[in-house]
Design a protein around this ligand. Sequence first.
Ligand code: PMP
Length: 434
Amino acid sequence: SLLSEPTAALMARRVATIGPHSPLFYNTPLELVRGEGAWLTDAQGRTYLDGYNNVPHVGHANPVVADAVNRQLRTINLHTRYLNHMVVDYAEALLDTFNGELDRLFLVNSGSEANELALRIARQHTGNRGILVSDFSYHGNTSSLAELTTGLEVHEEFGSHVRAVRIPDATGMDAQSAMALRDRALAEVDAAIASLQEAGHGISASLLDPIFSTEGLLNVPSGYIEGLAQRVQAAGGLFIADEVQSGFGRLGNHMWGHQLYAIKPDLVTLGKPMGNGHPIGAVITTEALLDEFGGRNMYFNTFAGSPVSSAAGLAVLGEMRERQLMTHARATGEFIADAMREIAKSSPLIGAVRGQGLFFGYDIVRPEAPGQPHPVAAKQLIELMKDKGVLISRIGRDDNVLKMRPPMVIEREQAQLLVDRLAESVAEITSGLS
Ligand code: PMP
């Protein structure tokens, strides 16, 4: 479909200012003008179901968040060198959702800032520079994060102090093969740590997304994450859980992704859904690590932890509690996953069904060569879903895993719409193949 004239004009102005490099979804870009809950409306007045965005966690244009931000902006907004109760109220409410020793935090403005600060804390604590990451991952846009990016094209030299390991995916394996895969993958972790030590870097931290979203929502064999954390921490390094995508109850069964495993992260980094679109992030850590870093460094961040950011964050937590969104994510997530498993049975295009809570993936594979990724069909499905009024996207090293991650407030009827459109799209693309 062609761009309407006003949308084409907007596109031209965008290219003339922001440039042509900033990515846009879809063959024909969508101009979105309004949102409500899980609905979005484009410039032509057409509505779409948002099956993709996790930032509007408690819904697009959520009035409770909007009112809280508005009220605070009209009262006072400050940086953190003055006392204000909003900030402390939010810090307490957020820390209440963590267990054990994770009872201190730094507030920042984005996921990138959170990971950047976590790496700095780890480097100072250990006196080491080495970092362990997944070999297909993204953690942010700063210089030191670009040096460890493996999952997207960045023109920054890959750090000589970084080792990237393949995260094992045991999808479809029996228990015995999964354990063998785990052991091979943990041997790779041992080798990476040894290599950092031999190179004189030592290990300061591992930085991993607990559900491996960029990688395509991996099903890691049981014991792998525990084994990795044990190895990193035994070598003196810190375990950083990047919960920018996995956090805030999205997985349905846990508030935080690292709680899927029997591990104790030293640092947990947060962003995206935290302020429902208002920029806010955090590093959650222990008293010992906070005191060590804070005692040595003057850490100041003008916008971070402002009363307005805190009001947004508090409103998100309040909405989650009032509307029981984590429980809702589990129930609605199970409904969608069940339907997705049924649809998968109907088409040789679909391999594994991945994910949990309200975060799903579908492996799109070659019917004639099961297991082989089919990124072209994945792209066709995404475009067809858009034509049918549902927004989704894709992830994974082969760009063939459909990514579905709706706002947490998606209603049952909307979930039904999502799976109906998915079933139709899969059927159409499947029949087009033969
Ligand atoms: N970590 C993960 C896992 C992410 O997905 C992202 C953003 N895609 C980031 C960090 C960076 O967050 P931000 O864009 O807020 O800087």
